[in-house]
Design a binder for this molecule. Structure first.
Ligand code: IVH
Length: 699
């Protein structure tokens, strides 16, 4: 086969495979058998092996390409990714409708109701039809670049497929001319793990002695965070798209841009992008409620978990007028369905001691099936909650799973009482180590003074909890460091604190039960790799009261090293985003404690990374930071030096020549060539009064 022939055959095969992927993963209407598909795919791989230059980034063979990454690069979203306000109440939903009607009095409001998919928000960027970037939402302004991971998702096209929807696979080849492909198309949606895929994955994990995921959402999040796309490819992920980010189109496409949400969903589908299978257009509150109820009836049959309905103003032009708050648009709202409940018998109450010493009462239940899994334990939160609900051993109870990891006991079915139920005496000492318990501090701001805590820092349950937390996926991510192994390590006296992990040897592990040579090596390799983790992971892993992953990330952006953070005062800390007084105090007192200082010394000696890779030195303060000015001519009151001093005092730069990079030219009388150049380049021109106004407002 000549090079030309190979190229032609490759192009034909690629198109066929894309069309079949679309038919199978997006339309759920396979057009050929698996064997036939595999044959096409094999031929494509063989061709690429013989002609490696044919393996372009958007070739169907490139879904699982490249090396594992060491971290994800940050991506700034061209348009902010917002969140949604939500409500559980129909009355509030009607308030929302009325609010918008008041805001847009003359408009006839129409709505679209869509499922609220319980996955992870992502943004995809197609440039000239080719997928160039896929990112997480992150904080809305900046997310992580997870392109390589997203490419493994089969329902996500690596290139836009014009007019792909609704046609049989063999008619999918009428490619539009390139002039009609958007220059930039950013689409937004949700990556999820299918319910069926989740069950299978968890069964496999349990069989392999690994921790199961709590729910499909966590499983999807965990999967997308993996650094090796090959592993991600093995996870049953899929994608649904429901929104637009940046769009840059020209020619006839500009006129075709959708004017409403429902047109947008169809438009996305016409590019081969999968949109939600359910949406209803509603013109009145009654229709809204009917659509929400209808969705509630059918959503159990969707491949993904849903926790509500999203109600969006249909006409896109009206959305701009409705605007947004800091976090969420005013033109949309999520209506959450009441969590699923079940009834069962409470057989016993046990007490769990957590890593912060908290004593949590746990209901041991007659196993019952609820929202996709069998439940045999549920949290009773704390002693006060138990008293308030008057929970007794032997009670018939209602339990609920509200998207949280752990189900909770909601109430007692009083009518089912027989008189044989026994009240529970909350222990006065730690059931784990016998030490005293106290109610001095709270692990979260809202449990202050409610939670009993074991006061013994060396309580084995606390030690185990701290170690497990350190190893957990969200913190230092040390594979294998789950409860079984950690319990063994603590019981055998091999490890007393997290620094102890870094002194473990193969010999230490060899004597533990159920520990093969391979697992021991893997665990040690995981520990070794954790030395280089980002500072925020270490900070979160330390389990400092109130310091969650989000706060840890903020701290790591603000401080270059752990040592800098350890020296910060409470006042300095409260100036940081997400850090209030409670957190600042908790941090300062944590770093003051002798045993924590010692622990940090041991971690330093063990070679852990104390430097922040996300450190962002503050940009020069001032309203005009980053702006370049050129002064020309004579100003009415200010001397040139005075004007320059004002600009510089606010962080602006004064330059002597005008270029494309100049932000403003300040022109006075007799301004000459610089003014002309500014005019030709389209640079903004200010007079003195406008300059002073700018200095005052920063706009
Ligand atoms: S629209 C500016 N539509 O829910 C509008 N979001 O709780 C932003 N979500 O961040 C989102 N299904 O991750 C929209 N049909 C849907 C959705 C949806 C799920 C997620 C999304 C968002 C979160 C807010």
């Amino acid at each position: 086969m000549t090079g030309d022939e190979a190229q032609q055959r490759h192009a034909a095969l690629s198109e066929q495979i894309r069309a079949h992927d679309h038919a199978y993963y997006v339309l759920a209407r396979p057009a050929i058998s698996d064997v036939e598909y595999d044959r096409l795919y094999r031929e494509l791989l063989d061709l690429e092996q013989a002609h490696p230059e044919l393996a372009a980034p958007d070739s169907p063979s490139q879904r699982v390409g490249g090396q594992a990454l060491s971290s994800f690069k940050p991506v700034r979203h061209a348009i902010r990714m917002m969140s949604l306000d939500n409500t559980y109440s129909r009355a509030e939903l009607l308030d929302f409708v009325q609010r918008l009607q008041k805001l847009l009095p003359e408009a006839k409001l129409t709505w679209v109701v869509e499922p609220k998919i319980d996955g992870l928000a992502i943004s995809l960027r197609y440039e000239n039809g080719i997928l160039t970037c896929g990112a997480t939402r992150g904080d809305g302004a900046t997310g992580d670049d997870i392109t390589a991971n997203l490419k493994t998702i089969r329902s996500l096209p690596l290139r836009l497929q014009p007019s792909a929807d609704g046609k049989p696979a063999d008619e999918l080849f009428d490619v539009k001319s390139p002039a009609q492909i958007p220059e930039v198309l950013e689409v937004r949606g949700e990556v999820y793990m299918t319910k069926a895929g989740f069950e299978k994955l968890n069964a496999a994990r349990v069989a392999a002695g690994e921790e199961p995921f709590a729910n499909p959402r966590n499983a999807a999040a965990g999967s997308l965070k993996m650094l090796d796309p090959k592993q991600v490819a093995a996870r049953p992920l899929a994608i649904v798209l429901y929104g637009l980010g940046e769009t840059r189109v020209s020619g006839s496409l500009a006129a075709e841009l959708p004017a409403t949400q429902h047109e947008m969903l169809a438009w996305l589908a016409s590019w081969g992008l999968r949109s939600p299978e359910f949406h209803r257009i509603c013109g009145s509150p009654d229709e809204l409620i009917a659509a929400i109820d209808e969705l509630d009836r059918v959503r159990k049959d969707f491949a993904y978990e849903t926790d509500g309905a999203v109600i969006k103003l249909d006409p896109i032009a009206l959305r701009e007028r409705a605007g947004a708050t800091a976090k969420a648009p005013r033109w949309a709202i999520a209506y959450k369905y009441a969590p699923e409940q079940a009834q069962t018998t409470l057989k016993a109450i046990t007490i769990q001691v957590g890593r912060t010493g908290a004593l949590t009462p746990v209901a041991e239940l007659e196993p019952v099936f609820l929202a996709g899994s069998t439940i045999s334990r549920a949290t009773l939160h704390n002693e006060e909650e138990m008293r308030r609900k008057d929970i007794r051993v032997g009670d018939r109870v209602t339990i609920e799973k509200a998207g949280e990891v752990i189900p909770a006991v909601v109430n007692v079915v009083i009518s089912a009482r027989t008189g044989k139920e026994a009240p529970f005496d909350f222990p006065k000492t730690c059931p784990e180590c016998g030490a005293a318990v106290a109610r001095a501090m709270g692990a979260s701001v809202d449990d202050l003074g409610v939670v009993w805590r074991c006061v013994n820092y060396d309580c084995p349950a606390q030690v185990r909890g701290r170690l497990e937390h350190w190893c957990s996926r969200g913190a230092m991510d040390i594979e294998g460091g789950g409860d079984v192994l950690v319990t063994q390590l603590v019981k055998a006296g091999l490890v007393r604190d997290v620094a102890g992990l870094y002194r473990l040897t193969v010999f230490d592990l060899a004597n533990l039960e159920r520990m093969g040579a391979k697992s021991a090596q893997n665990f040690l390799a995981g520990i070794a790799a954790s030395r280089r983790r980002d500072l925020w992971r270490l900070l979160f892993g330390l389990g400092i009261l109130h310091v969650g992953a989000g706060v840890a990330k903020s701290l790591a952006r603000h401080f270059a090293t752990l040592d800098d953070l350890s020296r910060a005062t409470a006042e300095e800390l409260t100036r940081i985003e997400d850090v209030g007084e409670v957190i600042a105090k908790s941090l300062v007192s944590w770093f003051q404690e002798e045993r924590h200082r010692l622990l940090l010394e041991h971690l330093r000696q063990a070679g852990l990374n104390f430097h922040s890779s996300s450190y962002q030195p503050e940009a020069p303060a001032g309203r005009l930071a980053g702006k370049t000015f050129v002064l020309t001519g004579t100003l009415p009151t200010l001397k040139r030096e005075q004007a320059a001093a004002r600009i510089e005092a606010l962080g602006g730069k004064v330059s002597s020549s005008v270029s494309k990079k100049t932000d403003y030219v300040v022109a006075g009388e007799d301004a000459g060539s610089k003014l002309v150049k500014a005019q030709t380049l389209g640079v903004r021109i200010l007079n003195e009064a406008e300059l002073l106004a700018l200095c005052a407002s920063g706009q």
